[in-house]
Design a protein around this ligand. Structure first.
Ligand code: TXA
Ligand code: MG
Length: 331
């Protein structure tokens, strides 16, 4: 059975945290909140524990996990940190930035999906940071959803996907950002690769490094196996609507999410859109996207239409990426 413990995000109860930490130390699985989405955690240095994450999620074993740390000291102890990576960590951590660097042998191969590098981040959430501190080990944690499904932004969604598959869920309320961290490969500081746009805008990273992030070509894409799989997919088809264009065709009852109400746009055929969420900003849209997918798929509709975000600054690039992959389109 999976235990759920409510914790105050700002003042997490030491009792719940120490119970969760003991589970991590003894090789079990605990889901916990971060500022992006909920993570499904295990001791990153315990290969047997990490294997359980792949099983619980149904995740392909070549898709590496992010290792969560609570200090720069721990960061330096598990990967080979260069000056650029250190400057980025000091500027943006705790926060939604994941740094891929050459791994030390202490990180088991299973945590790295067999790669020589490892992905590290320091989450900006007191529950997550306390858990890592109390467990006394870095925590490997992918998003706490079944593989391929939209990432969970609250504990109920984690329970829905993971009930009976994991030991404990720390319920610290809804996550702030709603989409996952930005992942960059900074192994070679003269060529920084943007492996996954996300919670930290590329332009903010570029300001610190002084160089443009490179979008990986097909070859280097292989370095981030996770980007090949269909992701974030609700149970009903996702279609994309661009403002000013005809509403995508499809029969039946449709749900809509976006910033502009499509009412009045040229409709390609009579449609009935029965549910809608209109967001107030790109950040608000990113915050609600996955939760919206989860809500609508249970409401007996035939498809979910999402607006293509015009703005690619801030969270816009990450939002576009999640939309493309939910719709089954490779970026
Ligand atoms: O915000 C987040 O990043 C959340 C929270 C829980 O921290 N975690 C998360 O983990 O989104 P996950 O496993 O769903 O996504 C990790 C991504 C995958 O695309 C994976 O392929 C990539 O990071 N990744 C991990 N290690 C890597 C490595 N060594 N080289 C390249 N890509 C890596
Ligand atoms: Mg994920």
């Amino acid at each position: 059975m999976t235990t759920v413990s409510a914790v105050d995000r700002w003042h997490p109860s030491p009792y719940a945290i120490s119970k969760a930490a003991r589970i991590i130390q003894s090789g079990g699985l605990v889901a916990f909140p971060t500022e992006t989405v909920y993570g499904l955690g295990a001791d990153a240095l315990n290969a047997e524990a990490v294997k359980k994450i792949y099983i619980a999620k149904g995740r392909p074993s070549d898709n590496p996990l992010i290792v969560h740390v609570n200090s720069i000291l721990l960061f330096k102890a598990i990967v080979q940190v260069n000056d650029t990576a250190l400057a980025l960590a000091k500027k943006f951590w705790p926060g939604p930035l994941t740094l891929v660097l050459p791994a030390d042998d202490i990180i088991p191969s299973v945590t790295r999906g067999g790669l020589r590098t490892a992905a590290i981040r320091m989450p900006d959430n007191p529950v997550a940071l306390e858990l890592i501190a109390c467990a006394g080990t870095p925590i490997a944690a992918p998003s706490a959803n079944l593989s391929g499904r939209p990432s969970p932004t609250d504990a109920d969604t984690v329970l829905h996907d993971m009930n009976g598959r994991i030991d404990m869920i720390l319920d610290g309320g809804s996550t702030e950002l709603g989409i996952e961290s930005t992942v960059i490969d900074v192994s070679d500081p003269s060529r920084i690769l943007l492996l996954r746009p996300g919670g930290l805008a590329a332009e903010l990273i570029e300001k610190v490094t002084g160089i443009k992030l490179e979008i990986p070509d097909e070859l280097s894409k292989k370095k981030s196996p996770g980007t090949h799989y269909r992701h974030y997919a609700p149970k009903v088809p996702v279609k994309i609507w661009r403002k000013g264009e005809p509403f995508p065709s499809g029969s039946g009852e449709v749900a809509f999410m976006g910033i502009d109400d499509p009412k009045g746009s040229v409709l390609s055929e009579p449609i009935k859109y029965v549910r809608k969420i209109i967001f107030t900003s790109t950040a608000n849209y990113a915050h609600g996207l996955f939760a919206g997918f989860r809500k609508f798929e249970n409401e007996n509709i035939s498809s979910i239409v999402v607006q293509w975000p015009d703005d690619i600054t801030g969270l816009g690039a990450g939002l576009r990426d999640r939309i493309l992959r939910a719709a089954g389109i490779e970026r």
